[in-house]
Design a protein around this ligand. Sequence first.
Ligand code: R5P
Length: 291
Amino acid sequence: MRKIVIAFQGNENIAAYIVDGLMASLGEIEMRKFPDGETYVRLITDVLDKEVVVVATLHRPDDKFLSLVFLLRLLRDGGASKITLVAPYLAYMRQDKQFKPGEAVTSTYFSELISPFIDELVTIDPHLHRHHSMNEIYSANAKVLHASKSIATWIKTSVSNPLLIGPDSESEQWVSQVAALANAPYIVLNKERHGDRNVEISFPEISSFHERTPVLVDDIISTAHTMIVTAKRLLELGFNKPICIGVHAIFADNSFQELQEAGAAQIVTCNTIAHSSNGIDLSSIIIDALQ
Ligand code: R5P
């Protein structure tokens, strides 16, 4: 039976790859705002007894959450036999504990809000840190995919003599895998975050790597301050301009430009969030997971 793929607004490109890869049909919806700002959703394609895949990456989740939930609920009403949410970037994974008394642990709250509307979630490198697996927070069946192979392939074909650098201990899980696959050495730095845009990075002794091309690898680039501070320090230490690789290109405000100005030789991201820096296509791993 042919699956139906529905592209949530802004996900049309990656959804088109998924439609082709699955030989699925593209579902049609109408979604717009009423003049008062409320959301209108209409399902045009018949989904009765069909498996439906909704592609909705979830950066800036507050802007899209209600519309997405209305759509998912409508699919249930329309009789879809299975609803899969493909969220290449999954929101609210970083607030995974109370850092200060009284804080909301929104990773858990968000999972509780979305899980009842879906049967399955497919996502790429969610920020699993203090939660060790998605099953700890998501009641829907969750498939976690990884960008490491694709990033390693990009590095192998595009960078000579790389030194992979993870900017903090959380990044070790990604950078170590990528380094193994790319056959390159890696180091992990120490990061202390004092505020959204205030991070302090300390380096181990790395002078023996001077001849290498520094390649920063992280899961999320948001304010880019993690990479900005690291890039500036590498230049002070006499290294070449670093290549900055992120899985998820959030790039808040004008952080992309700030990272360029901080001395990044090149900024490359995966297409989990559409952005001009997307240079690593992950649609094939999503297609494999849905087959
Ligand atoms: C945090 O632990 C993540 O792995 C990233 O390092 C972080 O989200 C990057 O954020 P920003 O770009 O705002 O420094």
